[in-house]
Design a protein. Sequence first.
Length: 667
Amino acid sequence: MSDLDRPVSVLAEEAEDRGANPSLNASLGDVVAVRLSRRDFARGALAVSVAGAAAVSALRARPALAASVDRLPVFDFVELAVVDDETHHVAEGYDADVLIRWGDGVLPDAPAFAPATQGPEAQAKQFGYNNDFIGFVPLDDVGDRGLLVVNHEYTNEELMFAGLPPRGRGMSATAGGDATFAAITERHVAIEMMAHGGAVIEIVRANGKWSVVPDSRYARRITAETEMEISGPARGHPLMRTAADPKGERVRGMLNNCAGGMTPWGTWLTCEENINYYFWNKAALEKHPQRSGLMRYGVPMEWYQWGRFHDRFDIGREPNEAHRFGWVVEIDPMDPASTPVKRTAMGRFKHEGAGNIVNGDGRFVVYQGDDERFDYLYRFVTDGKVDANDRAKNRDLLDHGVLSVARFDADGTGQWLPLVHGQSGLVPAMGFADQGDVLIHARLAADLLGATKMDRPEDVDVNAKTGKVYAMLTNNTKRKSDAVDAANPRGPNVFGHIVEITPDDGDHAAVGFRWEILVKCGDPKIAPLGAAFNPATTRDGWFAMPDNCVVDAEGRLWVATDGNSGARTGRADGLWSMETEGEGRGTSKCFFQVPRGAEMCGPCFTPDMETMFLAVQHPGEVAEGSGEATASFEKPATRWPDFQDGMPPRPSVIAVTRRGGGKIARL
């Protein structure tokens, strides 16, 4: 079928392959196949006809927890029955209230949202589009007042602007025949640029309900034009220099900020993901001096029209601008006048998240996924230690440390391979002149080191109670069917899985680790899928395409999904609880579901665990069964959350609370 006949989600996934990994490194599927073949055939546990059942049995076959690890509390709530309709749903006994929507005021002088006459000046003061990561910073000891930080990842212009025809989102600027793309004006682009970035809002709780403080001194909008500092080894590097910034030390804006993390010293780590979407000029690529590097990152993609109106997004006019995106950005939400900083020591790739922990020796450790099929899982360990008593001393902690990439071995162990100039072939003769080169081209460096190709590693989080790390692997539809065998019946891997990593000796800076697959996602009742959940999981409890995640204060894992819609699963995306220990290990339950066409993002808790914040992204995107490639402003799949004629669907942040008070999912 043509692009214009294909669902947005499918086109988006295929578009991400523009930076596809050409290396011959082993994929995680290869490793899993070898490992499980050795282990399970030796036990006689697997046969082709019972592969799914054996995978479930493997969940029960883990060694008992060490006596020093307390059993984690289970989830106590009445499971939500899965649906796929125009509104959101939450488990019985809970309220899910819209806290803030696209277009709502952030800055004190923000005008009221008027979609028919929206302009860039208004959008720069209003809540941005497609809210993803959420972080909470308490402002008092009680926890009734705090700051919410929110990423604004990308924009759906066909839903934002009236008069644009439905668009095949996989279409590029030069593909031809894309009426929506051709209709985009400079004003549309200016609004889109202001709808990207992030927001800081102050919120307050009264009588158990949260609201936005309208005139907060902390309120801030960060956009694609906000000036930022470049720090770390790539600061001033020749590949970071542009006509507007000949020193390579400052950059305007951050792009496609997906998941993220919060540091112990209260700063916000926001992660640039699909930065290739914004760059233009395929004709210039052939003679570009950094051609191989740009191709490894899928640049240029020509998804957005920005390069038509802004030279810096044209690789022919500004050859180095793309190198200045794809980083982790650190922002201080307590100081609205502070300059965001791109921390280059943490590497450049399609960052999904920044799950972190203070190691036993005081160093700060950040785990990061590179969200593309056949790309890698990374870890960053600081040289210095966190100072819990002096926030200012942690200011530049993230500028000095070691970035490593994961290799998963067939025996259930793995190693972190350091990306350090001068080591392991990362030398000038191989194209790496210095550490700045290594970090700017982190994907190429990881290829050379022999890292394991993963199935789209997205969000990663760390369980501070057990020390285990959970990586969401969303899917890999490009895995070949001829790789299917009794131990690895996942080719293509349509529905994803979750990997659990345990660092050697509980040391998150250690070279080695052990790993297990926690669950293989999809419907366990469809045997050919090879899905594996605990048998206690109900028909409503299984899910597919794990994306964002969070480990709560009690050490319990929550998983948000992206892709559980339409013909794929017959259910909407949402949030599921996931037990990771004891007899319940591998059991999930549905807690929340988004409206049709939306994606579930940003699970975040208040410290008292009495509120969960959730981000509902791109509601109304696909009109299921309509035969259209996408929905449009005039004909969305839903008009959530306002349900008013003429009002488009609006990405929003939800506050979930328990009726009568109390912790989420606890007695």
